[in-house]
Design a protein around this ligand. Structure first.
Ligand code: F0G
Length: 459
């Protein structure tokens, strides 16, 4: 028989997790104002809130921690990181930053001004936050297929080239900050973007004289999907695919907490020395000197090592297959899901799971709360709460997709944990008709409200 996928690592250290009672959880979630971000991690049994910074580092990464050079300027750790970035992305210039949103802050300080437009494919919430905070507009040009939860498309994260060209054509060049493509497209369900789409976006950007930036948090998972699904890549190395993806862009922002498998860190990389120079000034102001930018030397070392481990084919195979293992199990139980399954998470379609809860009562958040009380499982709402209010009209924005995301930390949970997760979801699904009401907002912040929001159950 064909040998199955399995993890290309074994476990050297374990961390105990606490299994609470339903009664405890009901009290804790109430104290947390029904906001799962407010829970203490000790109150969570299986934590699928995010795959960001939650991965398990390898023995090699931990040994790199001991070798870190903590010099303020010119540390060897900086050069180790520079070499790894050049090797894997092809970019010659880079700035370290403390995480992905810091990369956005620094880069957008150069590129984005009031009244600008930033077209792309469903910008991540911090990306949109940094754009809207500068009184500019993020324009979502994702293909329509992305909002059809069950139709098959191998690259549902793609940019609709016609939508993009309409934005580029109908606005003066000075009003477009840059084009940003997020790989994989997190907000649309961890869906990949094809190589041909990246190439075409690059050509369009060039035609209109606009810079093309890749938000690269999950670039290795994107490369894996290209290898799996796009003609001509089946025999290619993940790093060759990665270099080709980046060859079409002028720069990249990176949250290294995802595909570089570190707990903290990020960077911006550039093709053009001039853009690097301009961004360097902001990096020094916001993050730190250009050879450490908010990271310690040891963390830069672990990041450099993590970039290599995160682009190993066998690792990616086991990772993406664990996500689909969970997806297939849930599908077997009849749970409505976003398909095809994405790279880092399974997305439950809350509109179909709780069709009787109206959108103004936030069905995805309601479901996330139920999953927690049922089994101590923490997911995250990717729906109307996260979509926030329109900055101009202040009206609630209701996105097409109203989902609960179960994001899998890298190298952390076993398939047995996935069986447990699937059972939790199944139990809630079986009693879904007893969930009569959703939730209402009692307090919210003016921007990126979902992190700190306070909610109450509607009686
Ligand atoms: N871009 C994408 C596509 C992301 O998914 C994230 C973070 C960021 C940028 C910002 O990076 O967290 O290092 O500042 N996503 C996490 C998530 C938080 O849960 O999806 P950061």
């Amino acid at each position: 028989m064909e040998l199955p996928f399995t993890e290309p690592f074994k476990i050297k250290m374990v961390e105990n997790i606490y299994k609470s009672t339903r009664e405890q959880r009901e009290g804790w979630i109430k104290d947390a104002n029904l906001n799962l971000f407010n829970l203490k991690s000790q109150q969570v049994f299986i934590d699928l809130l995010t795959d960001s910074g939650t991965g398990a580092m390898s023995d090699k990464q931990w040994s790199e921690i001991m070798l870190g050079d903590e010099s303020y300027a010119g540390a060897s750790s900086y050069y180790k990181m520079k070499e790894a970035i050049k090797d894997i992305t092809g970019f010659s210039y880079f700035l370290p930053v403390h995480q992905g949103r810091a990369a956005e802050n620094v880069l957008f300080s150069v590129l984005v001004k009031e009244g600008d437009l930033v077209p792309g494919n469903s910008h991540f919430d911090t990306t949109k936050g940094h754009i809207e905070f500068r009184k500019a507009n993020a324009i979502d040009c994702t293909i329509n297929a992305a909002s059809e939860t069950t139709s098959y498309h191998p690259f549902k994260g793609n940019v609709d080239l016609q939508k993009l060209e309409n934005v580029l054509k109908s606005n003066p060049r000075e009003k477009i900050s840059c084009v940003i493509v997020t790989i994989t497209n997190n907000t649309a369900g961890g869906q990949p973007v094809s190589m041909s789409n990246l190439r075409e976006v690059s050509e369009l950007s060039r035609k209109y004289g606009v810079k093309f930036i890749i938000d690269s948090a999950r670039f290795a998972e994107n490369a894996y999907f290209i290898r799996l699904r796009e003609d001509g890549f089946a025999d290619k190395d993940i790093r060759d695919i990665s270099r080709e993806m980046f060859s079409y862009a002028d720069g990249m922002t990176m949250s290294s907490k995802k595909d570089a498998i570190v707990n903290m860190g990020g960077f911006i990389a550039f093709r053009d020395e001039e853009l690097f120079r301009q961004a360097s000034t902001f990096n020094i102001m916001y993050e730190g000197f250009i050879t450490y930018g908010g990271m310690s030397g040891r963390d830069m070392n672990a990041l450099a090592q993590g970039l290599y481990e995160g682009t190993e084919l066998l690792y990616l195979e086991s990772r993406i297959n664990q996500v689909s293992f969970l997806g297939n199990k849930l599908k077997e139980y009849g749970i409505p899901l976003l398909e095809p399954f994405g790279g880092h998470a399974i997305f439950i379609d809350a509109k179909k799971f709780l069709p009787h809860i109206p959108k103004k009562e936030f069905p995805a958040q309601t479901l996330a709360i139920e999953l927690y009380t049922e089994g101590g499982l923490r997911g995250v709402e990717i729906g109307a709460l996260m979509a926030d209010r329109d900055p101009q009209t202040r009206k609630n924005r209701y996105p097409d997709l109203e989902m609960v995301r179960l994001a899998l930390p890298r190298r952390v949970y076993t398939d047995n944990h996935m069986n447990y997760v699937a059972a939790v979801v199944r139990n809630v699904f079986e009693r879904r008709n007893t969930i009569r009401n959703g939730v209402k907002i009692v307090w919210e912040a003016p921007i990126m409200r979902h992190f700190t929001i306070r909610l109450e159950r509607i009686q």
